[in-house]
Structure formats: structure tokens, C-alpha cells
Design a protein around this ligand. Structure first.
Ligand code: ADP
Ligand code: MG
Length: 675
């Protein structure tokens, strides 16, 4: 199993190198190289009954002719016959067929039966002799991820040879797990992935292997959680008078969900084990204030707090708004901003303040951890929009403290619960499910790119009322490759359309201080319209902005557009979102769904179904989420695998008995481990 591919019959040195490109270097890896799709050629038909479409036949060949027509065109023709009749076969530019096909010999053939040059025929079918078990035809045929020079047919041959030569694939899971969850042995499952006897056989194989993938993920996160729980943390005593005082200074009434979550956080922080909690709440649900109150309690207890935001713009904004919240409580001066674009002198000053302890709340981006910042008395780390941070970054930040700080993560990416429990099993999850009172649901309208007049009219009305407008584009500059609107072009368009208003342009290619200056102008109301790329996606809070226009909308994921839409309607003003597809065809079901609901959970589930987990999680844990068989929308499988992992841990099974699982789990843990 662990031997090199070279020992497989038919695999030479050249092919071995090509397999390596696909990440396959051993026999075991080849056998575990699961197909990405299948062609069902299992139904062997009779020629007399053929209907147009993909067909499979068992035939003999006769009348084989080959002719050179002109440069670049060589035609081989043959008559394929079974006992019911004959059909014409044509191959283009495959002259070897003439010598390959032997008369009076049975062949399997799979291809498309249809009209070609006014005659019903099969063009360029796949052919193989029928005296062996078929590999490329007459069965459910696997298709693999290929690389130049190595196609699925070659991979099928190698896999077939590997199963003939190699030992049985050893079992990786305990027998009781197989019995309880109706899982077939690993060997049978892998064999069936490559050589499914029928659709049911394939489903059983996928169930077994998919279960194992999720089982490992769940196991990894549970083990992380156990380990995390063993660490010591400094307790933050709960001072109820102080809490009341803080809440009294907030200019609004906390929602019930905010109170509930806050209460959990205070309880968590009182323990001598580190809190590791994720707050999930749709955009605009008010997560920041919960974090601010937690920070206050930690500072009140004498600790320092690190607040990490995904972008500089956001860090700056948070620093300002936190200062406002903290000032009446006497902590206004203890906030320092620490971002990459600070001048060296400013940075030094911030560092010193943190080191000496006069600064208690450091707000920043990843600079908070890449810099050699010493935060001696770190009691709480707040990570905003946590899926934007690499796990390594979180680890580094946490290692800055002498003992483990409490950690509070916040995300607006609504993740279905079973999935969240599996992926983030090491986190406790709290949900803010209601919006602050008086918030009006955003109205979303789909606008055809060629009929913008009404939208412009409405935008002008809002501008005249002193409100502001965001326009988001998928690209910075026009591209020949992609038919999508660019921020630069749309900027010109808007400037022309709204001559009496000021329009700004913001994108990732600008220097950090330029970006910030423009964002600041928009926040201060000096710009009426901001045309931008998705740099404004997360978290920016400009309550006076009431219109969000999304250009080239089919280029964005639903969850992403929902984030963008969450940038408006953040006050008691009605928010509007205009969604403009790239072309004037009827809008897709996706866009219509987006326009019809304001529920982030519904949209992310739809995204999950339509575009897979990548759309939802971006780069989050992409290494760990390397699922080959399981799909994250299969909630039943996920629930079962999670239950299996729980049982496994409760039985106190030793992972050493399951080396393959152990190895995978440890790999996942190093990627996802928060310790
Ligand atoms: P998010 O959850 O997306 O981070 P924010 O924390 O930025 O949302 O809050 C969005 C806006 O709602 C902010 O302007 C905030 O001051 C306001 N807000 C938060 N909680 C409440 C509440 N309970 N009542 C009214 N407004 C609130
Ligand atoms: Mg936020």
C-alpha cells in the first residue's frame, strides 16, 4: 500500500510523475483517489432498439475503412453489429482504430448515438474488448480529476491494476462504528467508488467514506475542545453594579438576545478555564456592543483586551466607536489603535502604552500579532468576523499572553447549526437571532442593466434628503476576460449621472492611507456616493447610508451579497438594495431568492446547495475542509458522523489503534487548533 506507483503494472516513470502532479504517489493514495463524477454506461442496449442519446452496446466490427480527407482530417469508419442490427461508427483523427479493431471479436462500445452528416451514427465512441471485465464502458464509469497527459482512462487502468496487485485496504474505523452506522468496510467502499456494481453500491460507498471524512472533522474539533478546556485562564469576576452602570450608558436598549449572549459571556469569563465562544448574528444584529461590554468587564477586572478586526478601515472605525462607548465609563483614553499603516512614532507610542498598561484595549488588524507587541496582561481577545482570520494568526495572538486569554469570536456568516457544531466543535456558540427594535427590513430590487432610470431617480431623491449611497462592483479595472462591470467605469458613470454630488472610488489597489482617507470622507458625509469593490464588505458602519447598489451581481455569492446589503439600513431609515445582473436576461433563481428574503440563514443554506461550502466559508479552514466525498449540505450524514465521533470519545477509544484516522485528525487539528 505504501509502495510507489512504479510497481503497478502499466505505470511507467513518466506516468508516475504525472500522478504526482495530482498528489498521488503511493498505491494507497491511488486507491483513495476518488472520482469526481461518473458516466452511467451500465445499460447495454440492442442496436434495433437504439434511441438518440448516450448508449452502450456489445458489438463486433466489420467494414473498417480509413481515409485521409485533408490536412487535419482523417476519418475511420466501421460497421458495428449485434444480433439485432448494425450501426455506423465514425472516428475523427484516430487512424490507429483500423489496426486496433479485430474482426469477429466482441467489443463494448459507449458513445452518443445521433445525427451526424444526415445519418444516424455514433461518433468517436469509447471501445474496449468484451472478454475482460469492462473498465471504460458497460458499467458506471468513473471520471477523475485529470492533469495534462493523464486522462481518466489512464487513471482507470492504473486503479484497476492496483486493486489486482495490492493487498486489501485495511480498515480504519472500529467495528462497532461500522455496525451502528451501517457502514461498509473501507476496502469495499473504495473498490465501489472506482467500480460500483450499481447505483446503490455507489451510494453505500459514498455514505461510508463521507461519514469517515466528517467523523474525522468532528473528532478533531472535539479533541481540540477537550484540550482547550484543560488550559488555565485568569478569571474575570462579574461585577453586577458595574455591568448595570455600563448598560445604563448605552444610548439604546439591548435586545433580549444581546442580553442573553452577554450574560453567557460574563459567566464564561468568570471561570478559570478560557472562554472560547462564537457569537453568530446576522449583519446589523448588534454584536459589537456585546463585545464592548465584555471588554469593559475585563478591563474593570484589571486586564487588557485585544480587539482584532478584519480590515484597517474597520479597526479604525471600531476604535472610534469603542472610544465613544467607553468614555462615559472612564475608559475612553485606554483605547489604542494599532494597524500596519501607523507611522513608526505612533506605533512606538502605542506599543509603550500597551507595555506599561496605560493602554487597556488594543484595536487592530493582523498587525496586532505580526508586530512584536507585548500585551502583558491580556485577559480577553475579541476576534471580529473570525472566518477572515487564519488559525495560525489566532494562535500567535493567544501565545502573547502568559496564561490563556478568554476568546470571543464574532461572525455574521450564518452557518447552519449541525454544520457549525461539526466545524467549530471547539467553540461554544451563541446566536443573536433578532434585530434591534425599529430596524426596517431592507427592500431589494433586481434592476436590468439597461433600465436604470427608475433606480437613478430614487437614488437622487435619497441624495437630496442627505442620505448616502454605496455601489459595489466585482472588478477594479475593465477586464477582457470577464464580462463584468468595473469600479473604475461605474465611478465615471455615477460621476456623470450625479454631477451635483460628490462621488468617491475605493478599492484594494489603493494605498492603505488613501483607502482610509476615502472611507473617512464617506463616514464624515463628505462623499455622497462611494463606488467600491468588496473591500467594504465586512462590518463598515455608516448609518446614514441607505442605498446599496450591487453591480455584476451574478459574480457574488449570496452570503456575500447579504453582507453587502447589511451595510445599509443600519438606522431607522429604510434601506434599499439594488441588484444589477451582468446581462439583461431574466434574473436567475439565485438573485430572485436573494431579493425575496432578508434571512441570512436561508441564503447561506441556498448558497451551500448551489455553490458548495467554498462560497460560504471562503478561505476559512480550507485545508481542513478538504472533503472529497461528503457534501456539507448532507445534514443527515453530518449529524450521524458527529454522533459517531461523540460516542467514540465517550468510549475513551485510543486513537493509536486507528492510525489512519489519527493521522488525519492530527493534520486537521494543526490546521484548526485554536490553542
Ligand atoms: P454587527 O452585528 O453587524 O456587527 P453592529 O454591532 O455594527 O452590527 O450594530 C449595527 C448598528 O446597530 C450599530 O449602529 C449599533 O449601534 C446599533 N445597535 C446595536 N444594538 C442595538 C440595539 N439593541 N438597539 C438599537 N441599535 C442597536
Ligand atoms: Mg460587526
Amino acid at each position: 500500500m505504501s509502495t510507489s506507483l512504479r510497481y503497478i503494472k502499466g505505470v511507467g516513470q513518466a506516468q508516475e510523475r504525472l500522478f504526482a502532479v495530482l498528489g498521488v504517489t503511493t498505491v494507497e493514495e491511488l486507491i483513495a483517489y476518488v472520482p469526481r463524477a461518473y458516466n452511467d454506461y451500465s445499460d447495454v442496449q440492442k442496436i434495433a432498439q437504439l434511441k438518440p442519446g448516450i448508449v452502450t452496446l456489445q458489438v463486433t466490427f466489420s467494414n473498417i475503412t480509413a481515409r485521409y480527407v485533408r490536412r487535419g482530417l482523417h476519418i475511420t469508419e466501421a460497421l458495428a453489429s449485434d444480433e439485432s442490427g448494425s450501426v455506423k461508427i465514425v472516428w475523427f483523427n484516430q487512424p490507429f482504430r483500423k489496426t486496433q479493431l479485430v474482426a469477429n471479436t466482441q467489443y463494448f462500445l459507449s458513445g452518443e448515438f445521433g445525427l451526424s452528416r444526415q445519418r444516424m451514427s455514433i461518433v468517436s465512441p469509447v471501445v474496449e474488448r468484451a472478454d475482460n471485465l469492462p473498465i471504460h464502458t458497460a458499467r458506471i464509469v468513473p471520471i477523475y480529476r485529470e492533469t495534462k497527459g493523464l486522462n481518466s482512462a489512464s487513471i482507470r487502468k492504473a486503479v484497476n491494476a492496483a486493486f489486482l496487485q495490492a493487498d486489501r485496504v485495511s480498515e480504519t474505523l472500529p467495528q462497532w462504528l461500522l455496525d451502528t452506522y451501517d457502514l461498509i468496510p473501507r476496502h469495499e467502499a473504495l473498490y465501489a467508488m472506482h467500480f460500483p456494481a450499481d447505483v446503490h453500491d455507489l451510494a453505500m460507498a459514498k455514505h461510508r467514506l463521507g461519514f469517515e471524512e466528517i467523523f474525522r472533522l468532528a473528532l478533531a474539533s472535539m479533541l481540540n475542545k477537550q484540550e482547550f478546556a484543560k488550559q488555565n485562564a485568569l478569571a474575570v469576576p462579574f461585577d453586577s453594579d458595574f455591568a448595570k452602570q455600563c448598560v445604563g450608558h448605552i444610548p439604546f436598549k439591548l435586545t433580549d438576545d444581546q442580553k442573553k449572549v452577554l450574560w453567557r459571556v460574563f459567566q464564561d469569563m468568570e471561570r478559570t478555564h478560557p472562554m472560547n465562544r462564537l457569537i453568530e448574528g446576522d449583519v446589523g444584529s448588534g454584536k459589537t456592543i456585546v463585545a464592548a461590554l465584555a471588554a469593559l468587564m475585563a478591563m474593570h477586572a484589571g486586564y487588557q483586551v485585544a480587539y482584532m478586526a478584519p480590515t484597517e478601515i474597520l479597526a479604525r472605525q471600531h476604535a472610534v466607536s469603542l472610544q465613544e462607548v467607553l468614555a462615559p465609563l472612564g475608559y475612553g483614553d485606554s483605547v489604542v489603535l494599532l494597524t500596519g499603516s501607523l507611522k513608526p512614532a505612533q506605533k512606538r507610542q502605542a506599543h509603550e502604552a500597551l507595555q506599561q498598561g496605560s493602554a487597556k484595549l488594543a484595536v487592530g488588524t493582523h498587525a496586532l500579532i505580526t508586530d512584536k507587541v507585548a500585551i502583558h496582561n491580556l485577559g480577553l481577545v475579541i476576534v471580529d468576523e473570525q472566518h477572515r482570520f487564519g488559525v495560525d494568526q489566532r494562535k500567535k495572538l493567544q501565545s502573547k499572553a502568559k496564561s490563556m486569554p478568554h476568546v470571543l469570536h464574532m461572525t455574521a456568516t450564518p452557518i447552519p447549526r449541525t454544520l457549525a457544531l461539526t466545524l467549530y466543535g471547539e467553540l461554544d456558540i451563541s446566536i443573536i437571532g433578532v434585530m434591534p427594535l425599529g430596524r426596517l427590513p431592507i427592500k431589494t430590487t433586481i434592476v436590468s442593466p439597461n433600465s436604470r432610470a427608475n433606480m437613478y431617480k430614487h437614488v437622487l431623491q435619497r441624495l437630496l434628503l442627505g442620505e448616502q449611497v454605496f455601489v459595489v462592483c466585482p472588478l477594479i479595472t475593465e477586464s477582457d476576460m470577464l464580462q463584468a462591470p468595473s469600479a473604475e467605469n461605474v465611478y465615471k458613470l455615477m460621476a456623470k449621472q450625479f454631477k451635483d454630488h460628490s462621488v468617491g472610488l475605493l478599492h484594494g489597489k489603493l494605498k492603505a492611507d488613501q483607502k482610509e482617507a476615502i472611507m473617512q470622507q464617506f463616514i464624515d458625509g463628505k462623499l455622497d456616493i462611494l463606488v467600491a469593490t468588496t473591500v467594504i464588505e465586512v462590518g463598515v458602519n455608516v448609518p446614514n447610508a441607505t442605498i446599496m447598489i450591487i453591480e455584476g451581481a451574478d459574480r457574488f455569492g449570496l452570503a456575500q451579497m447579504h453582507q453587502l446589503r447589511g451595510r445599509v439600513g443600519r438606522s431607522n431609515q429604510q434601506g434599499h438594495c439594488y441588484v444589477i445582473p451582468s446581462d439583461s436576461k431574466a434574473p436567475s433563481a439565485r438573485l430572485r431568492a436573494f431579493a425575496s428574503t432578508n434571512n441570512g440563514f436561508t441564503l447561506s443554506e441556498l448558497d451551500l446547495k448551489l455553490r458548495g461550502p467554498g462560497a460560504l466559508y471562503g478561505t476559512m479552514q480550507s485545508g481542513a475542509l478538504d472533503l472529497r466525498v461528503a457534501t456539507l449540505s448532507d445534514t443527515k450524514l453530518i449529524a450521524a458522523a458527529r454522533a459517531g465521533a461523540e460516542e467514540f470519545i465517550s468510549k475513551d477509544e485510543n486513537l493509536l489503534h486507528y492510525p489512519v484516522v489519527a493521522e488525519h485528525v492530527s493534520r486537521i487539528r494543526t490546521i484548526t487548533n485554536l490553542n
